[in-house]
Write a protein that binds this ligand. Sequence first.
Ligand code: SF4
Length: 427
Amino acid sequence: MRAGLYVHIPFCRRKCFYCDFPAFSGRRPGAVFRYVQALRREIQMVAEALSGGDYPAGRSGPERAGALAGEPGREPARAFSSVYFGGGTPTYLDTDQLITLLETIRETLPLEEDAEITVEANPDPATLTPEKLQALASCGVNRLSLGAQSWQNHHLRALGRDHTAEQTEEAAAKARAAGFANLNLDLMYALPGQTLGEWQRTLERALALSPEHISAYSLIYEEGTPFHRWLQGGRIRPVDEEEERAMYDLAYALLPQAGLEPYEISNFARPGYESRHNLLYWQYENWWGVGVGAHSHFANRRWRNWTTLDRYEAAVAQGILPVAESIELSLEDEMVEMILMGLRLAQGLDGGAFHERFGVTLDEVYGPIIDRLVDGGFLARTAGGGLRLTGEGRPVGNAIFAEFLDPVPVFRRNGSATRPVLRGGFR
Ligand code: SF4
């Protein structure tokens, strides 16, 4: 059983037009200072919770976490194997603030010696200076994730990004000079008006920087964002499905040729450089998120922090974990979530891990559905009773995932064992 720590820094110089993350623009230094102080206090509260102490739990938050423990019969994690500073723009903080947070984590929480420590950054030189990069590298940050997104400046402007393609190249050079040997570039495709040729140039220019990892996501028009409004109002037109599929296929053709293998639907890495932190999500392990709007999943519980600075800071000031809502997952919830996450991986869902967690095999629960999808060529069986999407299944992954949602067999906990009780009509 492994666990990661996610640290949310909710500040950006300005808000991108497609962004629905908890990220605030134009905050003054005083507000940023207060937030960093609150974050340090929350990290201390997490340490207290993990050491088994009782703590107030928000409205319905977790009551007792135990020593990084999970469920009866499961091996507890000894320490966090990864730390991920995400945002927002973590490098919006000044160097001293970032180092203070890193020191607080190291002094307060159990961290594996070789933990992967990632910081997300925007390429704009106002927030990413050579001095900051050098300080981060010398404090043990060993992975940098740059939000490059596109190599066409007109697309960057249209997205509301506050950097240019040239600044992305300069940022990558600064990161290498500071000693970062593990560099990720985030890219986006299916942008309004984007051509296949432009996407190809973006991929080629990104590869010219020899990154160890690339994340390539299609643009999503999230409700509540300017992009969603503009789409509804006809001001922007999405690329059509065929074009989007061609862009996806192009990434799958070009990136492996350059040594970056797809290990998750949208993520490519040189062997050994897969994101250890993100693998925790896809392998359905544990993560504790601190900061505004951060999500957590520990054992059979999932919770979310307050999404406004005021409520978040008020809770922390009272010595209360800033949990806005929390649910205890049923066994059905956990099974579905583990399947949906695991099938995103190229190696697929680990049948042994599923059996170890639930005491039953995938086939015992989903036999007829699996048989049908395997016969249709969308899923393949893997060694150890696991499953993976095939080349046919990957582009229609969402439809495949939906097959596992309904009907759902009902399981009940019975001590540390599980006992299947199937709803009528299934099997
Ligand atoms: S930089 Fe990232 S977090 Fe900040 S506004 Fe843009 S997309 Fe959102």
